[in-house]
Design a protein around this ligand. Structure first.
Ligand code: C5P
Length: 240
């Protein structure tokens, strides 16, 4: 799949989400459905948005024992999302089970990617809360390598880690990167952030952008700005 911008539709109702998407009359954006919307609107929201012509990243971040995740992935596979995900911290066995559950009888399946570390987690939280005493980038690379070993298609990581993930896991291994902010927008609760242009230079395959688009005065203009910066019309920008 070509590089693209994914809008995180973190809304609490179907009505609010469809009203938001109605504003996009031209290009149909790639949409991320997360826990808030999925749990409030139910699984049929996936089909409804898909039928409107959007591709869908179903971001439910599964993490449970392998058998439960295998069966859950079989259910999610039937919803026909384009990308689904889980937490790499659930172990290689859990990721392999997920892949089995996701694969349909005809051998087809959505792409499966793993969350390495949440982009809201910084080194301090990693050490003090999660009790992981290694540098963040090494933890992320270890989790990404585990996902690759399990046969997954890529990871969710910070754009700061995208280039290194490609070095370690190969260029075909997808990097889907939230934690994206315009140079002039608020960081909110995100910690490891980057602008869309810099994320492109860092090698992100997909950027996930929520509040800078959904809360913008003009969401369509904000989305178009993301596309323009990420897909490369600002060549003068340098990374880091
Ligand atoms: O509003 P914002 O741009 O911060 O939204 C980012 C989205 O990406 C949220 O839906 C969040 O759940 C998701 N996400 C993330 N960090 C990860 C994985 C997913 O921020 N590591």
């Amino acid at each position: 799949m070509a590089k693209d911008v994914i809008i995180a539709c973190d809304f609490s109702s179907k009505e609010e989400t469809l009203k938001f998407l109605d504003q996009f009359t031209g290009r149909r954006p790639f949409v991320k459905i997360g826990m808030e919307l999925f749990y409030s609107a139910g699984p049929e929201i996936v089909k409804e948005i898909k039928d409107r012509g959007h591709r869908i990243f179903l971001d439910l971040k599964c993490h449970d024992i392998p058998n439960t995740v295998r069966k859950t992935m079989a259910v999610l596979s039937s919803l026909d999302a384009d990308i689904v995900n889980l937490h790499a911290s659930g172990t290689i066995a859990m990721m392999k089970a997920a892949l089995e559950g996701l694969t349909r009888e005809d051998g087809k399946r959505p792409l499966l990617i793993a969350v390495t570390q949440l982009t809201s987690t910084d080194q301090k939280a990693l050490e003090e809360d999660l009790w992981i005493h290694e540098p963040m980038d090494q933890v992320v690379m270890h989790y990404a390598s585990n996902a690759k070993k399990a046969g997954l298609d890529g990871v969710v990581c910070s754009p700061h880690e995208a280039a290194r993930v490609h070095e370690v896991c190969g260029n075909d291994f997808l990097t889907v990167t939230p934690g994206v902010r315009f140079a002039d927008s608020a960081a909110d609760d995100q910690r490891r952030i980057m602008t869309p242009g810099k994320a492109r230079l860092a090698g992100s395959d997909y950027i996930v952008v929520g509040r800078p688009v959904t809360q913008a005065a003009d969401p369509v203009a904000a989305y178009e700005r993301c596309l323009k910066e990420f897909l490369g019309e600002q060549e003068s920008e340098t990374w880091n």
